[in-house]
Design a protein around this ligand. Structure first.
Ligand code: HSE
Length: 337
């Protein structure tokens, strides 16, 4: 297990992962630090069913096994005191606890440090990046008892805790990397999609408050059939465009008639940022997750940088502070640092 630092190899090398009954690495003092990526959920037309991961920003979790059973949050940095240290309320510890329960290892002790490297409540899958980093870390320390796909339901539990609903369109791409389709929730059916070469994401976070819980509550629960027809045509078009490397088809499909018209009202300068993105060569533009971040897909890094720069200039004129991220699509999901 080369990824585990300060590890007593005598014990961990004997992990029997094949039948899920691993010999515990208790007392091994295994320590691991994991990065998990931010994500752009919905990808405009695919509310709750599409998402992709980016290489930056992302969160980091440092995890240590101890002899004292139970999961403890030792420290959180970069959250300005916003996140709970109470292990039952924190999405990272709660999902790790859920994982240990599932693999029947409640005898294991875990200490967690969470290092927030991205804004909270930004629409960039902040809680899922933390949760996924924690789950990836515990799974590594336990000898990869579960596959990445099998971790998705545990991360969804974290989303449920964070915003009241266990959607998978952030956590699945954070775990699997790339573009992901959540074809079905019951039963859960998560499918990795291809990423066209060279694609970049241009993300701008206007620093206004839009909690996911509130942004979900404002959406209509009933839709007109004609709008549903438009929407599923676009979802199918976007998925086809990813398979066909067809940027024009992807762009034509990045239209949302169900959710964006309501949510975009909460985002300052939204329509002007769309105009800026499209005039500067974006493939398509929309809200990242539940907002307030917006994103554009671009054919290359230079185009993406041009878009974020012009959008930030607009927000500056509106007296809104902002952060920008230009990133290629993350292909690997979480990684041991
Ligand atoms: N699909 C979710 C939503 C993503 O739009 O509410 C939240 O980031």
């Amino acid at each position: 297990m080369p990824n585990v630092l300060n590890n007593n190899s005598d014990q961990t090398d004997n992990l029997n992962v094949a039948d899920g009954t691993a010999i515990p690495p208790l007392g091994s003092r295994g320590v691991i630090r994991v990065f998990a990526p931010a994500t752009v959920a919905n990808v405009v037309c695919g509310f709750d069913v599409l998402g992709f991961a980016v290489n930056e920003p992302g969160d980091e979790v440092e995890m240590r096994l101890t002899d004292t059973p139970g999961v403890v949050i030792k420290r959180i940095t970069g959250d300005n005191g916003k996140l709970p240290l109470d292990a039952a309320k924190n999405t990272v510890s709660a999902s790790v606890q859920h994982y240990l329960h599932h693999v029947n290892r409640l005898d294991v002790g875990v200490e967690i440090e969470l290092h927030k490297k991205m804004p909270i409540g930004s629409g960039l899958g902040s809680s899922s990046a933390s949760t996924v980093a924690g789950l990836f870390a515990i799974n590594k320390l336990m000898g990869d008892l579960l596959t990445p796909k099998e971790l998705v339901p545990f991360a969804m539990k974290g989303e449920e805790l964070a915003c009241g609903y266990g959607h998978a369109d952030n956590v699945a791409p954070a775990i699997l990397g790339g573009f992901v389709l959540v074809r079905s929730y019951e039963p859960l059916d998560v499918i990795s999609l291809p990423t066209p070469a060279g694609m970049y994401a241009a993300i701008v976070y206007p620093e206004v408050d839009v909690p996911t819980k509130d942004a979900r509550q404002m959406i209509r629960s009933k839709v007109f059939l004609k709008d549903a027809v438009t929407q599923w045509g676009n979802v199918a078009g976007l998925v086809s465009g990813l398979f066909m490397n067809d940027f024009d088809l992807i762009g034509r499909s990045m239209k949302d008639v169900l959710v964006e018209p309501t949510r975009s009202i909460l985002i300052p300068g939204f329509e002007d940022m769309r105009t800026i993105a499209m005039e500067n060569g974006a493939i398509g533009f929309g809200i990242s997750g539940s907002g307030p971040s917006v994103f554009a897909l671009a054919k290359d890094e230079e185009t993406a940088k041009r878009i974020t720069k012009a959008q930030q200039q607009l927000l500056h004129k509106l007296n809104i502070n902002s952060k920008a991220y230009v990133s290629s699509v993350n292909a690997e999901g979480p990684r041991v640092m």
